[in-house]
Write a protein that binds this ligand. Structure first.
Ligand SMILES: [Zn+2]
Length: 232
């Protein structure tokens, strides 16, 4: 890489996470325009050669989500969504649905939805899409689908009703379980319309990020959820 070159990372619909070199990007900002900043939906093209990093050849801006930068919390969550998509779906090849969920998240952030709500939705959708579940149809022991409250055991990815659970796991109200089920069943086109009441958002906040990090086996940098699940 030359001194004026820049390495850029994209999450793409056709190839998932892609790193490319933008040649002479530092000298010619006009050439790659929006590609040099974050929070744009872009049309990008690159060339590939064996054993070399792909070279960016053209970019054009399709949609700007630049208004996200006006709010620090939205910026954190926008970075988080990108990190999530790249971490959960690192293989190359078509990522049509993951890309569509990512784009839906950006539209919601840009449209003013509470960042924490956008974050939980993306986590639930990506987990479900990637095959991590979790299994939320009912109590793992007795099968009850409706219980006033459940406990969710992160290391199992399973629910237990109060009668069957010990002290393990995190409490989840029936409302929170139903909301999580609705998010799992959502499509990129419908997920933006799911409304999560504040109290349920707080419950899900304590559970979904932990379950996600447990599955990944590593912490995610953008929000740095601590071991108590506090404070994204
Ligand atoms: Zn039970």
């Amino acid at each position: 890489m030359g001194e004026a070159d820049r390495r850029l990372a994209f999450f793409t619909e056709t190839d998932g996470a892609v790193s490319v070199v933008a040649k002479a990007a530092r000298r010619s900002r006009k050439r790659f325009g929006g590609a040099l900043q974050k929070y744009f939906l872009l049309e990008v093209a690159w060339t590939e050669e064996p054993r070399r990093m792909p070279i960016l050849t053209s970019t054009s801006i399709l949609v700007s989500f630049w208004d996200i930068v006006a709010d620090w919390d939205r910026v954190r969550y926008a970075d988080y969504l990108l990190e999530l998509a790249s971490s959960l779906f690192p293989q190359s090849g078509h990522k049509t649905k993951a890309f569509a969920f990512l784009l839906a998240g950006f539209r919601s952030l840009s449209g003013g939805e509470t960042p924490a709500s956008v974050g939980r939705k993306a986590e639930a959708a990506f987990l479900s899409l990637g095959g991590w579940g979790p299994e939320l149809s009912g109590c793992h022991r007795c099968g009850r689908a409706e219980s006033g409250s459940f406990r969710f055991v992160v290391s199992e990815g399973r629910l237990y009703c109060l009668a069957c659970s010990g002290k393990d796991g995190h409490p989840l109200s029936l409302g929170a379980v139903r909301t999580w089920r609705a998010l799992q069943a959502s499509s990129p086109a419908t997920i933006g319309r799911v409304r999560i009441p504040e109290t349920i958002l707080e419950e899900l906040q304590m559970v979904i990020p932990k379950y996600l990090e447990w599955n990944l086996g590593v912490g995610l940098r953008s929000l740095s959820v601590d071991s108590e699940g506090r404070k994204p």
